[in-house]
Design a protein. Structure first.
Length: 73
């Protein structure tokens, strides 16, 4: 990708291109950690099936992995 192309793409995705890929990865990882805690309590309370919790956690893990691989970090 040419220099500046990533910044141009990010400017289209985020307001003023204000979020770095590292910021996005950090936030996605934080969300993943929160989901693990929240879904665990929902499953334990009988308000969510384990399979649904596992699927949603796996989706967020895939987002973190995709961002990390894309950023080559």
């Amino acid at each position: 990708m040419p220099v500046g192309a990533e910044a141009a793409i990010m400017a289209q995705i985020t307001p003023n291109g204000s979020f770095s890929v590292t910021d996005l990865i950090t936030e996605a990882q934080r969300e993943l950690d929160l989901r693990r805690q929240f879904y665990w309590s929902r499953v334990r309370a009988g308000k969510m099936r384990q399979a649904e919790a596992d699927k949603r956690i796996a989706l967020m893990q895939a987002i973190v992995k995709r961002l990390t691989v894309t950023a080559a970090l």
